[in-house]
Ligand binder design. Structure first.
Ligand SMILES: NC(=O)c1ccc[n+]([C@@H]2O[C@H](COP(=O)([O-])OP(=O)(O)OC[C@H]3O[C@@H](n4cnc5c(N)ncnc54)[C@H](OP(=O)(O)O)[C@@H]3O)[C@@H](O)[C@H]2O)c1
Length: 301
């Protein structure tokens, strides 16, 4: 199996490259400048030239706060570009796996969100990702949209790396305690995407495998609980640690509003694809240990 991955340095793209090797499948990463989602004219040619059995769009405009003042570019990349990728996948007759987000919801539901719950994004980023979902569904019948949440990994920018950096600078950190979601390892997403890819190729006629699914780490936490676990693990592995002071969202204003409830119900993915991501604490342990070992190696050369 040869997977075309759109995105090069992103968390999910790099995780797919790493996990593909472990699964004995080929992942070919393609991104800027060869394929720029903001420039639709070159997308199909770049995908055809790369060639593969399945396309995974792991690229997106992900700067949630910046998007508030950068709507046009966010919509171009996450909405129009995503649709052009889907059109190309259909023309190439290969399945498309597209990554989306919990931020399509407003977070007011009193339970984890299911795929058929009404969407109502609070910000530009969520709205642009929703445009992408709609464009993908319209352009490519043979598609899977995977909404995920709270992604972290040893790569790129993410909450785990930010917390570990700040713990090296401060003794105590105020962390939001009234937003809930599922911390999700990009390496687990990669394993899940590879399993879904296999299913799509093995059962090309099975409609139950196609459509919209939620895929996030198992279990839920607030950002403050997530941070507390990061520091407990870090301390265990000899890394930096800080005391977490729980704060309210209202005490930490950001340009983009975030959903208070980002919990995703992942039952549909488990039932259709047999894929369930591991409990979040175990995956977090693997990542924190790796980051601390990496930092130690950098210091000792
Ligand atoms: N991070 C989260 O917490 C989170 C939560 C829910 C859903 N998601 C979704 O999960 C997916 C993967 O997210 P991630 O965390 O891996 O993102 P990320 O680390 O921010 O990486 C974004 C990727 O998109 C690529 N990209 C951005 N603009 C592009 C353009 N114009 N043309 C081509 N490539 C472009 C980047 O390219 P370069 O390699 O050139 O930098 C990078 O590879 C996205 O669809 C995101 O919306 C993420």
């Amino acid at each position: 199996m040869r997977i075309i991955v759109i995105g090069k340095e992103g968390q999910v793209a790099r995780s797919l490259a790493e996990r593909a090797r472990a699964h004995g499948v080929q992942a070919v990463l393609v991104g800027r400048p060869k394929l720029d989602l903001a420039d639709p004219s070159g997308i199909e040619d770049a995908l055809i030239e790369t060639g593969g059995d399945v396309i995974v769009n792991a690229a997106a405009y992900t700067a949630v706060d910046q998007a508030e003042t950068d709507r046009e570019l966010a919509e171009a990349i996450n909405g129009i570009g995503a649709g052009v990728v889907a059109g190309a996948a259909a023309a190439m007759n290969v399945p498309l796996i597209h990554l989306s987000t919990d931020y399509v919801f407003d977070g007011t539901a009193g339970r984890p969100y299911r795929e058929d719950d009404p969407v109502s994004p609070l910000g530009v980023y969520g709205a642009s990702k929703l445009l992408g979902e709609e464009a993908v569904a319209a352009e490519a019948e043979n598609h899977v949209i995977l909404r995920t949440a709270w992604v972290y990994s040893p790569f790129g920018k993410n909450f785990v790396k930010t917390m570990l950096r700040l713990a090296g600078e401060r003794d105590e950190l105020g962390v939001v305690a009234d937003q809930y979601g599922s911390p999700t390892s990009a390496l687990d997403i990669a394993d899940g995407v590879i399993a879904v890819s296999r299913n799509l190729l093995e059962r090309p006629e099975d409609r139950s495998l196609r459509g919209l699914f939620h895929m996030a780490g198992t279990g839920y936490a607030s950002w403050a609980e997530f941070a507390t676990e990061i520091f407990a693990l870090s301390a265990r592995f000899g890394g930096p640690s800080a005391k977490v002071r729980p704060i309210a969202t209202a005490d930490y204003p950001t340009p983009a509003k975030r959903p208070a409830n980002s919990r995703l119900d992942c039952t549909k993915l488990r039932e259709a694809h047999g894929v369930a991501l591991p409990p979040w604490r175990g995956s977090l342990e693997v990542c924190v240990k790796r980051l601390i070992e990496l930092a130690r190696k950098e210091v000792t050369g």
